[in-house]
Each structure stands twice: as structure tokens, then as C-alpha cells.
Design a protein around this ligand. Structure first.
Ligand SMILES: [Fe+2]
Ligand SMILES: [Fe+2]
Length: 266
């Protein structure tokens, strides 16, 4: 994991996962350097990751006041409990459903929870952070973040894309990915992560993200894509095509066995 600033107010903790057959998927967490610092998601829980140690490169962990969990999928919760221990003032921003999902594995302490629904705002001291439902999501607890002080949008899984190399997945922007390649990879991710998108009414779907489009984000920071600070309108154009993109089915057992045979010594 490495860190960098995507915006004067936002640090990125950049990690990735290699997904066989798909490519390399960014797994980003963020720090909004507000008066009351906010960590957005807490990365992977793999044994060789130490989220709090990585976080310490950009902020003193005890200074963290809020841990905004965009949703409780395992690529977002890896460092959650370690950070709660390292940041005694911090409370977890999530939804009632998010807290419920967490309770099935390891309950969040009730006095460390702050429930926030899409449309509601968090006062981070020098700014208000407003929750919104991203256009695409894979978990009913998903709430993205709009920083109304600077226009930064943190979109959770939405806008993600597997890329052809780890260096691209952890890059500071998408400049080295062609627009065509990025569009195809985002549509692939949309169909995998949000397969329900094929069942939506395209007009209603387009209307669902019109407010985000009209907000005019200054930057779009996805947990699964390097930061996009230029040509953001292309991302919305790609979304419009998601309902009609080709559905993707993962490998079945026969395909898995065929892959494994390739690795057997001859
Ligand atoms: Fe997810
Ligand atoms: Fe995710």
C-alpha cells in the first residue's frame, strides 16, 4: 500500500487485488483532512496488511474522528477494528443496515456508531459531508460522500474498473489507460458488481444519477479506480450504457479445472 494526495484535502491509501481473469482492481481508502479528520473505508483484511500503520503515513491515527464506512464489504472493513482501537475518539458512520450486517460477524460497539442515511450530512468541523446513494452499488448499506466544500465525490464501488496492471490500478490517475479501455473495464465491473443493472428501466436509472451529474464533482474518487479529476463527464456517459452492457458470468467448475490443469507440471 502506498499513499498520495489526490486533492489538497484528500489522501489516498492505494492498494489493489489481482482478480484472475479480470485484471488488477484498485482497493482505495481515503482520508479527508477536515477539522475533524475522516477516514473513508479501511482497506483489505489480508494478513500481510496493516491498515493503521499505512494510515500513520498521512495522519496520526488517534486524531481520526470519523470512520465513514461506505459499505461493510470485506474489501472495505479490513482495518476497521484495529482503527477503532487506535483512534479512541472515532465513531463509525454507517447505516442501520450496515451496522446490522456487521453484527453478523463482529458487532460494532453501539457507542461508536453514528447512523447516517443518504441525503443526511455529517458536520466535520470545517465542512459538511453529505451522504448519497451511488448510481451503482453491491450492498444495501452503501452511502457515498459528497464534500460540499470542494466538490469531491467519494463514490464507493461505483465507477470502479479492473485494469491490466497493478501499476495502473495504484496510479494517481487514469491517464495511462485509454478512454476506450477504461470505458470497457468500467462496464465490465458494473455488470459484475451490480448485476441488477441489467433489469433497470434505463430512463429511471439515468434519472437516479442526474443529481450527482448536476452536482458537478471536482473529482471522483472510487474505491476501485484511481482518482478521476479530468473528463469526469465520460464516466457518466459510460454509466448510461451499463443497463445494456453484456452480462458477465464467472468461470464454472469445468473452467476452473481447465485453468488448474494449465498449472500442473508436465
Ligand atoms: Fe462492494
Ligand atoms: Fe468494494
Amino acid at each position: 500500500m502506498h499513499t498520495y494526495r489526490a486533492h489538497p484535502d484528500v489522501s489516498v491509501l492505494a492498494d489493489y487485488l489481482e482478480v484472475p481473469g479480470l485484471g488488477f482492481l484498485a482497493v482505495n481508502a481515503f482520508v479527508i483532512h477536515a477539522a475533524q479528520p475522516v477516514v473513508i473505508d479501511t482497506g483489505l483484511g489480508l494478513p500481510d496488511r496493516d491498515f493503521v500503520a499505512s494510515l500513520a503515513a498521512v495522519i496520526d491515527p488517534p486524531d481520526v474522528r470519523w470512520i465513514w464506512l461506505t459499505h461493510p464489504d470485506r474489501d472495505h472493513t479490513g482495518g476497521l477494528f484495529a482503527l477503532l482501537g487506535a483512534a479512541p475518539q472515532a465513531r463509525v458512520v454507517t447505516t442501520f443496515v450496515g451496522a446490522g450486517i456487521m453484527s453478523a460477524e463482529r458487532p460494532l460497539p453501539m457507542d461508536r456508531i453514528y447512523l447516517l442515511n443518504p441525503g443526511q450530512s455529517l458536520d466535520a468541523g470545517d465542512r459538511r459531508l453529505t451522504g448519497f446513494r451511488p448510481p451503482l452499488f453491491d450492498n444495501p448499506a452503501t452511502v457515498g460522500v459528497l464534500d460540499t466544500s470542494n466538490g469531491v465525490c467519494l463514490s464507493s464501488d461505483c465507477f470502479g474498473a479492473p485494469l491490466p496492471a497493478a501499476t495502473l490500478a495504484t496510479a494517481q490517475n487514469t491517464a495511462d489507460v485509454s478512454p476506450e479501455e477504461l470505458r470497457a473495464a468500467q462496464l465490465l465491473w458494473a455488470t459484475i458488481d451490480s448485476p441488477w443493472v441489467h433489469t433497470v428501466d434505463p430512463a429511471k436509472f439515468a434519472a437516479s444519477f442526474r443529481p450527482l451529474h448536476d452536482f458537478g464533482p471536482s473529482a471522483i474518487l472510487s474505491t476501485h479506480l484511481p482518482p478521476v479529476t479530468r473528463d469526469r463527464t465520460a464516466l457518466f456517459a459510460t454509466l448510461l450504457d451499463a443497463p445494456s452492457a453484456s452480462p458477465v458470468t464467472g468461470p464454472d467448475q469445468a473452467a476452473l479445472e481447465a485453468m488448474l490443469r494449465q498449472f500442473q507440471p508436465v
